[in-house]
Design a protein around this ligand. Structure first.
Ligand code: ADP
Ligand code: MG
Length: 264
């Protein structure tokens, strides 16, 4: 076990005993003008679970994640994380969320290491030497410790995604949210990222919510998954149950995704 840091939030260690937090969503609705994106959506994610939400582009996956982060307020319904309503950004909360944005969203003028260490620096979690060690450790987790001094523009798309994962992990999260973690990546990089997600879950037992339109990747990383369609989760189950679903909406999605791949 690595070094121990004492922060205002408690103890931060090189391999901290994270605790996955549960999520409970009841009757969630969200519209933008005429467009009703989510309607009466309910979902329970168990502590330590990896829950994957699949659905077509534009069905509301990112809107759902933004509400978990507190960046968008629901029109109706409730989201409880770790038993408490989602706090506004900046408000104190008992849990920490790490978010991996679809675009990776790295600062282009900062090195890889500076991107990963930014949150730690801003929150003065530790002195510079200790932050350096945490940054190296998180980059090690995603296999990129040797890229610490490069600029984001010098990395491939898949590597930038892995840096974004390392940056999210640097906050020592209890909940990881991944928005389309493998979009625009080639199959080899997609496999790398999927392995990363599974590996992090095994090691740290944090709760993860992954939204994607990639059915194969979703099935690979999920404990359970749900299909978002017309504002609701129309089917929830294990990857096996989803693949065998007789729900026409799910069947249509699966058939489209596996066309030309010899079925799945
Ligand atoms: N801030 C916003 N203002 C207006 N409409 C939005 C906003 N954010 C998302 N939408 C709309 O909500 C719907 C769902 O978007 P999104 O959650 O981004 O879909 P996806 O499932 O592809 O992530 C889309 O119709 C999108 O245009
Ligand atoms: Mg999206």
């Amino acid at each position: 076990m690595g070094e121990v840091l004492h922060t205002e939030r408690g103890t931060l260690t090189a391999e901290p005993p994270r605790r996955g937090v549960g999520i409970r969503i009841v009757g969630l609705s969200k519209a933008f003008g005429e467009v009703q994106v989510l309607r009466d959506l309910s979902l329970e994610v168990r502590p330590g679970e990896t829950f994957v939400i699949i659905g077509a582009s534009g069905c509301g996956k990112t809107v759902l994640l933004k509400q978990l982060l507190g960046l968008l307020r629901p029109d109706a319904g409730q989201i409880l994380i770790d038993g408490a309503p989602v706090a506004n950004p900046g408000q104190p909360k008992r849990y920490r969320i790490g978010m991996v944005f679809q675009s990776a969203a790295l600062f282009s003028s900062l090195t890889v290491g500076e991107n990963v260490g930014l949150w730690l620096k801003e929150h003065r979690v530790a002195d510079d030497g200790a932050i350096e060690r945490i940054v190296t450790e998180k980059l090690n987790l995603v296999g990129l410790a040797d890229k610490k001094h490069l600029m984001p523009s010098e990395l491939s798309g898949g590597m930038r995604k892995r840096v974004a994962i390392a940056r999210a992990l640097a906050t020592d999260p209890d909940l990881m949210l991944y928005d389309e973690p493998t979009a625009e990546l080639d199959p080899v990089m997609t496999d790398h990222i999927a392995e990363e997600i599974v590996d992090l879950k095994r090691r740290f037992r944090i709760t993860s919510v992954v939204v994607t339109h990639d059915l194969n990747m979703g099935c690979y990383v999920a404990d359970r998954m749900g299909m978002l369609h017309e504002g609701r989760l129309v089917e929830v189950g294990t990857p096996e149950q989803i693949r065998r679903s007789t729900n026409p909406v799910v069947r249509a999605f699966i058939t489209t995704q596996t066309k030309g791949m010899g079925g799945a």
